[in-house]
Design a protein around this ligand. Structure first.
Ligand code: FAD
Length: 456
């Protein structure tokens, strides 16, 4: 018998329920990945993620080769390509992970319908992309949790399945053709400091960080200059690491750092269960804002300054430049940069979210859109009017200014926290820095936001 395993956002061999089920039940397995032009058409094929994906696929192929197999790569509409592979191999079952987004839902429906027509079974596996499947814990009278804390309480009590090892052997039929894997070097416009993708790099990153950063994570994860967070988000986005395995490993380690880390993994599941229940929130406000945001036309110059990291607010600019350089940004930086765009500049969160999706290697519909909405006050935040002041926040989370000096070299010789307020310098001291004046007075921006809120 032959089974097909359709990989999507789960590019790994460890703790992979669809692959495990296929290897256990069939003599031969076709590990398949389809490069679907639908993803390109939807605008999700950004250079940083394409390069990272290339690493993930190459590493998956190498891992399968070590086990006697290989990855089969096709290009085209997913359901159609899977059906072709089924027809070529006579496969009786296709295994895949349950998706979360509207796109993944439609893909699954199409696949089920078309495979049915071929007399082939589709087996969809839960708890592959998230630790707890969306919909597994719901409050009375609703299909999802809108508030994090009660969700976390229930989530933390859920029984998680065991984390599985990687299969020892994967036997792939000889006669299935595959495209050449696209190498990372072929991708243009990639951030110079982009991390290496793939399960091997993911496991190494986790082990290194577990030794170095996990114990101190509760105390230091908000420090901007420290690099104390795990930097696992791109690996989680592509599924090079299993969230179930990470929760187990963190719990086995124990301590306050591990607890805080598990809580962040729960935030990821939280946003996924909101998106699964309300797929339109990838575009529409979760809670309507009730007033027109400023658009590209209203604020073209300010938006461009924000994208370039030239707003005149050093910590915001540092964050935006980290994004440009690494295709990744510290969570505190994301909060500050997003709050500045949505609340201080009063620009539509969708404009910022789109820019993040173009740049972020971990750019993720659930996490990105819902975190943006959270910051903009249209999402699930229970304090939607909160506005982050970049000077106060800079001094708090980058007290010595090291993060700003790293990313804004124009200000590199300003000592200590003075780096957060270069406009305080006078005369010649001010002129010697080739750094813009603030593009908006904080009070002016906040007044716009508060005025709009007042109208609701
Ligand atoms: P750690 O602090 O080590 O946390 C571990 C893991 O928990 C992360 O890898 C991530 O998977 C998860 N996590 C942590 N914080 C959050 C959160 N607030 N929401 C959801 N999951 C979380 N994360 C993405 O993965 N993709 C995105 O596109 C994305 N866009 C964001 C946009 C904005 C405006 C904001 C404020 C946050 C966004 N986040 C996004 C969440 C968070 O900033 C990143 O997950 C985190 O910075 C990744 O770094 P890390 O892996 O070192 O995180």
């Amino acid at each position: 018998t032959v089974s097909v395993v359709l990989f999507t956002s789960d590019l790994r061999l460890h703790d992979h329920p669809p692959l495990r089920a296929a290897v256990k039940s069939a003599d031969e397995v076709v590990p398949l990945f389809v490069l679907d032009p639908g993803i390109q058409a939807a605008g999700f094929d950004a250079p940083n993620r394409r390069a990272f994906l290339a690493d993930c696929l190459a590493d998956l192929d190498a891992g399968l080769a070590e086990r006697g197999g290989r990855l089969v790569l096709r290009s085209g509409r997913t359901a159609e390509e899977v059906c072709k592979v089924v027809a070529e191999t006579g496969a009786s079952t296709v295994h895949t992970a349950a998706g979360v987004s509207g796109y993944a839902g439609r893909r699954e429906e199409e696949l089920r319908r078309e495979l049915d027509g071929q007399g082939c079974r589709l087996e969809v596996h839960d708890a592959v992309i998230t630790a707890v499947p969306p919909g597994a814990v719901v409050p009375a009278g609703s299909d999802h949790f809108a508030v994090f804390t009660p969700y976390f309480r229930r989530w933390a009590q859920e029984h998680l399945r065991t984390a599985y090892g990687a299969p020892r052997r994967v036997t792939v039929p000889d006669n299935v053709g595959s495209y050449r894997l696209p190498p990372r070097q072929d991708v243009e416009g990639v951030a110079p400091g982009l991390a290496e993708g793939g399960e091997t790099a993911a496991r190494k990153q986790f082990l290194t960080w577990k030794r170095r950063g996990l114990a101190g994570y509760a105390d230091h994860h908000d420090d901007l200059p420290g690099d104390d967070t795990s930097k696992l988000s791109p690996y989680l986005h592509f599924g090079a690491l299993s969230p179930v395995e990470l929760v187990h490993r963190a719990r086995d380690h124990g301590g306050a750092g591990a607890e805080a880390f598990v809580r962040q993994l729960c935030w990821r599941d939280f946003h996924h269960q909101v998106l699964a229940a309300r797929t339109a929130v990838s575009r529409d406000d979760y809670r309507p804002h009730g007033d027109a945001w400023r658009t590209e036309e209203d604020a073209a110059e300010e938006i461009e300054a924000w994208k370039q990291g030239r707003t005149g607010y050093p910590v915001v600019d540092a964050a935006m430049r980290q994004l440009r350089h690494e295709g990744w940004m510290h969570n505190r930086g994301r909060l500050l940069a997003a709050s500045f765009l949505a609340k201080t500049l009063y620009v539509d969160w969708r404009i910022g979210a789109r820019h993040f999706l173009e740049q972020l290697v971990d750019g993720d519909i659930a996490n990105n859109q819902l975190n943006w909405q959270w910051v903009a006050g249209t999402g699930t935040d229970t304090r939607p009017n909160r506005v982050l002041n970049p000077v106060v926040q800079g001094k708090r989370f980058d007290p010595d200014g090291a993060y700003v000096r790293r990313w804004v070299p124009e200000l590199a010789d300003l000592r200590g926290s003075a780096v957060h307020e270069p406009w305080r310098l006078e005369g010649l001291d001010r002129e010697q820095y080739d750094y813009p004046e603030p593009i908006v007075a904080l009070s002016e921006g906040l007044a716009r936001f508060k005025h709009a809120r007042g109208k609701e």
